[in-house]
Write a protein that binds this ligand. Structure first.
Ligand code: KG4
Ligand code: ZN
Length: 346
């Protein structure tokens, strides 16, 4: 019955969770709002905010779980990938806790944790399963054969799906992070109002940079054409009023295309691998269009689909805790001199 304290600090959420025997007892997240005014995460500000949040967040996780610090059997933290300064805060804190409590330390790979978030709630997917992990920094299709055996079989060659949402939102003048706002406005719009092109990328890899460019040209022409033509260039005024008058349709059409790019590759991956247990993970899996689309496609294809609860989709420490639980069972512990890393091998 291991009780594990887990810490996540790879980007702009400071999070702590307690799990006992694979059951999440608490899951606390402090989201940093300071980045909104800069249109993206500022690494130095993220590190400073982690420093401010980490003690109250861990305190809250321990209290909510109704445990004593002496009940903790291991301390886990996100070791990679992420912003190095941000990772260092969580890493140093976790190491100090492990040392003070004289308990083992467990390192967790952030992207593997997103995949294993699917093992938090019931019903859980049986192995092997495919996971489409879609976040602000990554877009991957992973085959997961066991909690410790995962292989990336497709990934983005340029922007991540979350970046595609956020950069499109920025072009529309929406604040960061724009993904949830596009989702919100898309609910009122017609997804077939505007046709953005689907990139033709061979195999299971993704590309989103072309979509961003086509949206840029589309807006520069105030919707007159998807193709950039200097003579059709709209004035700033025309562009602004076009966006204002058609925001819901534009958002619905952008979302439709991003989701169709994701689902078409996922379908291909399922056909190639013969795996029919399909999961999604990462911040973009909170998107209502993607959630509905995967269920609909799953019914058509005879898949068993699994979608983590909303709070386990975006960055959180519960997913770190569930991954650490399986590592604990496997006796996979780290030394105290382990260091975080911005990049990570699988
Ligand atoms: O996994 P995550 O919380 O952090 C990273 O590890 O990147 O993902 C954040 C990304 C952002 O790009 C954000 O815009 C996107 O997830 N996101 C959404 C939605 N909620 C979050 N994108 C589209 N629709 C949403 N509802
Ligand atoms: Zn993430």
């Amino acid at each position: 019955m291991p009780t594990i304290l887990s810490i996540e600090s790879s980007c702009d959420e400071t999070a702590a969770a307690i799990c006992r025997d694979g059951i999440i007892l608490s899951n606390i997240i402090a989201t940093q709002t300071i980045h909104e005014q800069y249109g993206g995460v500022v690494p130095e500000l993220a590190s400073r905010a982690h420093m401010q949040h980490i003690v109250p967040v861990v305190d809250a996780a321990v209290q909510k779980a109704n445990i004593l610090l002496s009940d903790i059997d291991a301390v886990a933290f996100t070791q990679a990938p992420g912003l190095i300064g941000a990772l260092l805060v969580g890493g140093q804190f976790a190491k100090s806790m492990a040392l003070a409590l004289d308990k083992p330390l467990i390192t967790v790979h952030h992207m593997q944790a997103h995949v294993l978030a699917n093992l938090i709630s019931h019903p859980k997917p049986a192995f092997p399963f495919l996971c489409l992990t879609v976040s602000g920094g990554h877009t991957q299709i992973v085959v997961c054969k066991s909690p410790s055996q995962m292989e990336v079989i497709g990934e983005t060659i340029d922007d991540a799906a979350g970046e595609a949402f956020d950069k499109s939102a920025k072009l529309l003048g929406l604040p960061y992070p724009g993904g949830p706002l596009i989702d919100k406005y898309a609910k009122e719009g017609n997804p077939l109002a505007y046709q953005f092109p689907e990139p033709q990328i061979a195999g299971l890899n993704f590309s989103f940079s072309g979509l961003k460019t086509s949206i840029l040209y589309f807006l520069q022409n105030a919707g007159a054409s998807n193709v950039y033509k200097e003579e059709f260039k709209a004035t700033e005024e025309e562009k602004k009023s076009f966006i204002e008058n058609n925001l819901a349709d534009i958002c619905a059409s952008i979302q439709y295309r991003i989701v169709s790019i994701l689902l078409n590759k996922l379908k291909k991956a399922a056909q190639q691998t013969g795996v029919n247990n399909i999961c999604i993970a990462g911040g973009v899996s909170a998107n209502s269009g993607l959630r509905a689309g995967i269920e609909e496609l799953g019914k058509k294809m005879g898949w068993q689909t699994f979608i983590p609860a909303f709070e386990y989709c975006t960055d959180n420490a519960a997913m770190i805790a569930i991954t650490a639980y399986y590592k604990y069972l496997a006796g996979d512990f780290a030394e105290l001199d382990v260091i975080p890393s911005a990049r990570a091998e699988w």
